[in-house]
Design a protein around this ligand. Structure first.
Ligand code: PDD
Length: 286
C-alpha cells in the first residue's frame, strides 16, 4: 500500500501532498496538531484527543474546520488506507496561506493535513533497560499547554539530549519539574507517585491522564503538585509518558542512576496496568 495523506479534502500519496510556501504553518508555525495512537486499527482515546485539539484551536483563535464526527471519520479512513495494525495518526491544522503579515488574515481557509505512520512503541529491551535523560532549563514560551506546531524550542531541547547520547530531556522552570521535549514526566518517592500539575507550563498529556487513572485504580498514592529539582534528582523512580512511548522508566539522569538504576517496582505495576488497559479497551471497541 502506498503511503496516503489527507490534505484539504482529498486523500493523495504523501509525496504529492503539497502546501503553499505562504502557508502560515510554514512561515510562522501558526498551527496546532495532534498525535493519536492506533492499536489494532482502533484509535486510542480519540474523544480526548479531539477535545484537546479543540482546546488548542480555541487557544490560537482558529475555528475548528470539522466536527468531531467528521474528524473521527477521517481518522478511520486514513487508518483504513494503511496496512499496519498499530499506527500513529498525525493531524495538523494551520491558519492557511496568506500574504505574510503577523496579524490574522481574513477569509482564509485553514490547511488541514493528516498522515499515518507505523506506531513504534518501546521494545521489550527498552522497557527492561529504561530510557536515559539529561536535564535542561525549560526555555519554551508560557503556553506549553497548547499543542502548537511551533516546536523549535522542543527540537533544540531534544537535540541536546541526542548530543549527550540520551533519549530525552527532563526540564525545569524556576527550579520545578515541567516535562520532556515530547513527553510528560512523573517521579516516585517512597511509594508515592508525584505528578506535575496540568497548568500552562506542561502539555496536558492524554497518556498522563491514563497513568493517573490507572494509579488510582491500583490504589497507588498520588500527589499532583509542583516537584522541586532536588526531588527529581533524588527520586526513587522517574517515568516518561507519551502516545508513542506509553510509560517508560528513566533509569539514568545526567549520567547517574535513577534509584537502583533499573525500572522500579511501581513502574512495573503501572506498565502492566497500561498494557492490560490497552487490551481491554481494544476488546471493548471490537
Ligand atoms: N508529543 N509533552 C509534550 C511536550 C509532548 O509533545 C507530548 C506528546 C506529551 C505527551 O502527550 P500525549 O500523552 O498526549 O502523547 C507531553 C507527541 C507524541 C509528539 O509531539 O510527537
Amino acid at each position: 500500500m502506498s503511503d496516503t495523506a489527507y490534505l484539504n479534502g482529498e486523500f493523495l500519496p504523501l509525496e504529492k501532498a503539497q502546501v503553499s510556501v505562504l502557508d502560515r504553518g510554514f512561515i510562522f508555525g501558526d498551527g496546532v496538531y495532534e498525535v493519536i495512537p492506533v492499536y489494532s486499527r482502533r484509535p486510542f482515546r480519540l474523544p480526548e484527543h479531539l477535545r484537546r485539539l479543540q482546546r488548542s484551536l480555541d487557544a490560537i483563535r482558529l475555528a475548528n474546520p470539522m466536527t468531531d464526527a467528521e474528524w473521527a471519520r477521517l481518522v478511520q479512513e486514513i487508518v483504513a488506507r494503511h496496512a499496519g495494525e498499530d499506527q500513529s495518526v498525525y493531524l495538523q491544522v494551520t491558519r492557511g496561506a496568506a500574504k505574510r503579515d503577523h496579524a490574522f488574515p481574513k477569509n482564509v481557509a485553514p490547511t488541514v493535513f493528516m498522515m499515518s505512520n507505523p506506531l513504534v512503541t518501546p521494545s521489550r529491551e527498552q522497557v527492561e533497560s529504561g530510557a536515559t535523560a539529561v536535564t535542561a532549563t525549560d526555555f519554551r514560551w508560557l503556553r506549553c499547554d497548547v499543542k502548537v506546531t511551533s516546536l523549535l524550542a522542543n527540537c533544540l531541547l531534544r537535540q541536546r539530549a541526542v548530543d549527550a547520547g540520551a533519549d530525552e530531556v527532563v526540564m525545569f522552570r524556576d527550579g520545578y519539574l515541567t516535562e520532556g521535549s515530547s513527553s510528560n514526566v512523573f517521579a516516585v518517592k517512597n511509594g508515592t507517585l508525584l505528578a506535575p500539575p496540568k497548568n500552562h507550563l506542561v502539555l496536558p498529556g492524554i497518556t498522563y491522564d491514563v497513568v493517573l487513572e490507572l494509579a488510582a485504580m491500583k490504589k497507588v498514592p498520588t500527589e499532583t503538585r509542583e516537584i522541586a529539582e532536588d526531588e527529581v534528582r533524588g527520586a526513587d523512580e522517574l517515568w516518561l509518558t507519551s502516545s508513542s512511548k506509553e510509560v517508560l522508566a528513566i533509569t539514568r539522569l545526567d549520567g547517574k542512576p535513577v534509584g537502583a538504576g533499573k525500572p522500579g517496582a511501581l513502574f512495573r505495576t503501572l506498565y502492566q496496568a497500561f498494557q492490560e488497559f490497552k487490551r481491554t479497551v481494544m476488546r471493548q471497541a471490537a
